[in-house]
Design a protein around this ligand. Structure first.
Ligand code: PLP
Length: 381
């Protein structure tokens, strides 16, 4: 891989330039996909020499290096088999009997995992409204092992005052883990605010084409990085080389995709807030949105997820989903295609998420086509 220093480049350049092979005459421009579970090893391999595919795989490195640079970490990212595998690794830093403070509206499977830690390992789990800074500070008055942050939250789009929370968590002796899936490192870099661990569901924006399930975890600190690395090897929660190769291919266009989908999301949110069939719209770009001021201060954009509550409750929300022709009714988010779903159709979704909330992931299609489809479905109510 290239040894040239490239981290003084803009993020939009880094996603294209990072993780390329050395520029030797005749070298491939893209890193090769190496499919081999084991590697020739006479005697004990030296540092950096490949041994076995659960411990290391050279196809992981270009993506890991690129994501580490984008997040501003001293270490490369560590890829995992899924976002949840990366989250499980990060939450393994909470000791048995420890205390975990996390958002009430975290991704529902993260909440399920926290509940599992409570039942199996006696971890004390405190749920907070992450945008209510006073409530989080109050929760951090008790000795705490880790503050977990999603910002914006899934699916409520609450925005946390990250620097204030990080300072309070560190004062309480807690580590801070941030799920940066919704924002991506182009929009928010949690290490710059003092976070200790950052995770991604690479499945979403980073890979971006709805064809890969993959995760990543990063730590700036040497010891935390080593612990996450050891967790991955011990649990075997690794990624297949092909998935990582595809994710790097997706990452190359991240800046273009994020720019386009964020602009479209802001425009759709603005139009939706004036629509007669809409009861409420959440998007941090809206000046009236509760997260607007913080997002404008702490993020380089407002993301491309919209929360929409049509007039008429859950039945109306289901009718909108059924009437759409272009928007795809599907779970997940962050792909090139626009998708949406009513989150409370899952019994496991937090009961404080409104029954009629549609989580909309805005893709890169022409914004007028997206609007025409939405407007038609809403007017049919
Ligand atoms: N974090 C967030 C914010 C998510 O939305 C998701 C999945 O929807 C995950 C983590 C889990 O990622 P994965 O599905 O790749 O395991």
């Amino acid at each position: 891989m290239t040894s040239e220093r490239i981290d003084d480049l803009a993020p939009a350049t880094l996603v294209v330039a990072a993780g390329r092979p050395d520029r030797a005459q005749g070298a491939p421009v893209n890193p090769p996909l190496v499919l081999s579970s084991t590697f020739v090893s006479r005697g004990v391999p030296g540092p950096g020499e490949p041994l076995y595919g659960r411990i290391d795989a050279e196809t992981w490195h270009p993506f890991e290096q690129a994501l580490g640079t984008l997040e501003g970490s001293a270490h490369p990212a560590l890829v995992f088999g899924s976002g949840m595998a990366a989250i499980a690794a990060a939450l393994s830093l909470v000791p048995p009997g420890g205390r975990l403070v996390l958002p009430r509206h975290s991704y529902q499977v993260t909440l399920g995992y926290a509940q599992d830690l409570h039942e199996r390992l006696g971890v004390d789990v405190a749920l907070v409204d992450i945008d209510d800074t006073d409530a989080v500070l109050a929760a951090l008055r008790e000795p705490t092992s880790m503050l977990w942050v999603e910002t914006p939250t899934n699916p409520m789009l609450e925005v946390a005052d990250l620097p204030v929370l990080v300072e309070a968590a560190h004062a309480a002796g807690a580590l801070v883990g941030v799920d940066n899936t919704f924002a991506t490192p182009l929009v928010q870099r949690p290490f710059a605010h003092g976070a200790d661990v950052v995770v991604h569901s690479v499945t979403k924006y980073l890979a971006g084409h709805t064809d890969v399930v993959l995760g990543a975890a990063l730590a700036d600190d040497d010891d935390l990085h080593a612990r996450l690395h050891a967790y991955r090897t011990l649990h075997g929660s690794i990624a297949g080389p092909f998935e990582v190769w595809l994710a790097l291919r997706g990452l190359r266009t991240l800046a273009l995709r994020v720019e386009r989908s964020q602009a479209s999301a802001a425009e759709l949110a603005r139009r939706l807030s004036a629509h007669p069939a809409v009861a409420e719209v959440r998007h941090p770009s809206l000046p009236t949105d509760p997260g607007h001021e913080r997002a404008a201060r702490l993020m380089d954009g407002f993301g491309s997820i919209i929360g929409l509550r049509p007039v008429g409750g859950p039945d109306a929300a289901d009718a909108v989903v059924a009437a759409l022709r272009l928007w795809v009714p599907a779970t997940s988010l962050g792909g090139v295609e626009s998708t949406l779903e009513r989150r409370r159709r899952f019994a496991t979704e937090s009961v404080t998420v409104p029954e009629d909330l549609l989580r909309m992931s805005v893709g890169i299609e022409d914004v007028e086509d997206l609007w025409a489809d939405l407007d038609r479905a809403l007017r049919a109510l």
